[in-house]
Design a protein around this ligand. Structure first.
Ligand code: PMT
Length: 401
């Protein structure tokens, strides 16, 4: 799909090993309809040749501020005005430092100063260089000036180190570009999302929980943010990275999640309950670790009902947000989902059949049917990111209607 049709992307490449990925990145951007003009620093040419970049972009590469021939065709000011987006990938520690200092000592930094186009920076460097306080402060300065910071990823590095500093993969950068240019139907709206499991303590070392990984809720947060919403994520105990630009509140038990949800709900336009909240909790939490006894092979725990978070939100009398629930079912999906929709007074419910392998709890994919009073929409098996985008688009439509 031509998701970037007609978009003019100025790709600034600086001298890091990740520069070799720029040929692939350029191809994928062009494939989606973008026009890509490559600008390289002197050092970048040591990692990938201008000839390669010219071949994949279909345009001569710009690399010199003081080249009369280049200035005669598309001068640096013209180039700066041409771009709809300036993407700096890879952005080395040196390039980031020069930008932070406001220098214009080569073509790329001059363009950065001269452009009024939005600028996205994709840092790529050794993990120690990335973590260095100077680099961190420089990146924070660029972010403060309104530049988008895309990445870095963490993992094994070309130098053998392991840690943060890997440039995002070409397709991740393409997704960022697509999201950047996408319509923002949730601009001016705010969304609060619960995600992950809750933990209901039995004693200081044991708890009752479930298999929710938080992936579905985090994907929703990312999708909502990309559609322009201001997003707050109330997350149970999960080991996931917070999506960029999303505010995160960590909780553990259902009661704790309930308190935070009630604090946040009236401040937002939309509330999405994606968390797998424990319906019951132990009535008493033992103060000390419960000991195994010799006189019985059984033990019982008395459980009491937890507050129903989404039902509490949906019954708010003032500033009630548009309320979207989830239904995790193993049978009679439509019947149970519609019953929850009505009983909990929801505006929409996203039902997943969690008995099917490869979807639902702790998987990367999901299949959902969205129900509302007058209709339904089936979202066939796809990555949780894709499903989340479709759910958020559907919510945006309903808010507009
Ligand atoms: O986290 P993942 O591994 O990515 O898995 C995703 C998921 C399967 C957890 C998610 O897609 C999902 O279905 N979430 C809802 C799980 C659930 O608890 O469903 P339920 O049918 O038991 O609850 C119905 C709704 O009531 C849900 O919106 C739930 O958040 C809410 N609820 C339930 C109990 C309670 N005490 N308070 C609530 O707000």
């Amino acid at each position: 799909m031509q998701t970037l049709a007609g978009k003019k992307i100025l790709l600034g490449i600086s001298g890091g090993i990740a520069a070799y990925k720029c040929a692939e990145l350029t191809r994928r951007l062009i494939e989606r309809g973008a026009q890509v003009q490559v600008v390289m620093t002197h050092a970048a040419k040591e990692f990938i040749t201008p000839l390669t970049m010219q071949a994949v972009s279909g345009r001569p590469v710009s690399d010199s501020l003081l080249d009369p021939a280049a200035e005669a065709s598309m001068g640096h000011i013209e180039l700066a005005k041409w771009a709809d987006l300036v993407l700096l990938a890879p952005a080395t520690a040196d390039l980031i430092a020069r930008m932070s200092a406001g220098m214009g000592n080569d073509l790329l930094t001059t363009l950065v100063l001269a452009t009024d186009a939005p600028i996205a920076v994709s840092p790529a460097m050794n993990q120690q260089m990335y973590l260095n306080i100077a680099t961190q402060e420089n990146i924070a300065t660029l972010a403060r000036r309104g530049m988008s910071i895309w990445g870095p990823a963490a993992g094994e590095q070309a130098c053998g180190d392991v840690g943060p500093g890997r440039m995002l993969e070409p397709m991740q950068l393409v997704s960022h570009c697509e999201a950047f240019f996408a319509d923002k139907p949730l601009e001016g709206k705010s969304v609060v999302i619960t995600a992950g499991p809750t933990r209901e303590a039995i004693d200081p070392v044991r708890y009752i929980s479930n298999h929710s990984s938080g992936k579905m809720g985090f994907a929703l947060a990312e999708a909502a943010q990309k559609l322009g919403a201001q997003v707050t994520l109330i997350a149970g105990p999960v080991s996931l990275t917070t999506p960029q630009g999303v505010e995160r509140i960590n909780v553990d038990s259902a009661q704790n999640m309930h308190a935070k949800a009630m604090e946040q709900a009236a401040k937002h336009n939309v509330f999405i309950g994606c968390a797998a909240v424990a319906d019951y909790r132990p009535e008493v939490i033992a103060e000390q670790k419960i000991k195994k006894t010799d006189d019985s092979d059984q033990m019982s725990i008395t459980m009491v009902k937890n507050p129903d978070i989404i039902a509490s939100v949906a019954s708010m009398k003032e500033a009630r947000p548009f309320t979207v629930g989830f239904a995790a079912e193993t049978q009679d999906v439509e019947h149970y989902a519609r019953t929850k929709l009505a009983k909990k007074n929801l505006d929409m419910i996203c039902a997943n059949d969690v008995s099917v392998e490869g979807q639902g709890f702790n998987s990367n994919d999901n299949a959902i049917t969205v129900y509302w009073k007058e209709g339904k929409q089936s979202l066939t098996l796809a990555s949780k990111q894709q499903i989340a985008q479709q759910i958020m688009a559907s919510i945006a439509e309903k808010l507009e209607a």
